[in-house]
Design a protein around this ligand. Structure first.
Ligand code: G3P
Length: 220
């Protein structure tokens, strides 16, 4: 499973990239707003992320009609070869995805919750399908079960182009564990979750013991 970072924070992206583990980045309008992002700076911000990460960088469309989504998608894709255009799951989004696919633009279909939505996203030409885990958990449904259903259903078919499943709306390392065991191609995780994935008290305790013993060696 590959790791994407789910953020628009440049410092977090630089730090994760420096660990050598970052295969891509996903952003959305809420994440950009959280960074105090301004409309006038949005395209520059996307390009900046693309220059840090050698992999797909999802930038989301914010229009609702197919022609507008296509125009927005073409504009975003022209910013940098790493850009993947994020399109929300809805009928106009499917139509726009088909047109963008035919133009050679890669699509990440977002806000994708169910198996039928994921199948339609893949059929319309999306290269990435993003089932949200945490938001199901938020409404007392099992997001991991839904993710597993999407992965199993998509694996039954050849869509004529590569389709990767991005486990999204990841809230904690146990979501990462479950996504990996289910065979998700990618997990897109907030930086805080990525940090938690590295940590283990036994790793800390073991390192501290090794260093304490090395002090004895140095002083011998
Ligand atoms: O990028 C979309 C998704 O990962 C959002 O996650 O935590 O806002 O549900 P969350």
């Amino acid at each position: 499973m590959k790791f994407f970072l789910d953020t628009a924070n440049i410092a977090e992206i630089e730090e994760a990239a420096s660990w050598g583990v970052l295969a891509g980045v996903t952003t959305n309008p809420s994440l950009y707003a959280r960074e105090g992002g301004r409309l006038a700076d949005f395209h520059d911000h996307v390009v900046r992320i693309c220059e840090i990460v050698d992999g797909p960088v999802s930038a989301e469309t914010v229009t609702l009609k197919r022609d507008e989504i296509v125009a927005e998608g073409v504009e975003l894709a022209a910013l940098h070869p790493n850009v993947v255009v994020k399109v929300p799951t809805m009928p106009e989004g499917l139509a726009a995805t088909r047109t963008l696919f035919e133009k050679g633009v890669r699509i990440n279909m977002t806000l994708c919750f169910t198996v039928p939505q994921a199948l339609l996203a893949a059929r319309s030409g999306a290269s990435y399908v993003s089932p949200f885990i945490g938001r199901f958990d938020d409404i007392s449904e099992d997001g991991i079960e839904h993710l597993g259903n999407v992965i199993a259903a998509l694996a039954n078919y050849d869509f004529g182009h590569e389709v990767e499943v991005i486990a999204a709306s990841v809230r904690h390392p146990q979501h990462v564990v479950s996504a990996a065991l289910l065979g998700a191609d990618i997990a897109t995780v907030p930086f805080g979750v990525l940090e938690k994935c590295v940590q283990h008290p036994l790793s800390d305790r073991g390192r501290e013991a090794f260093l304490a013993d090395w002090e004895k060696v140095k002083n011998s």
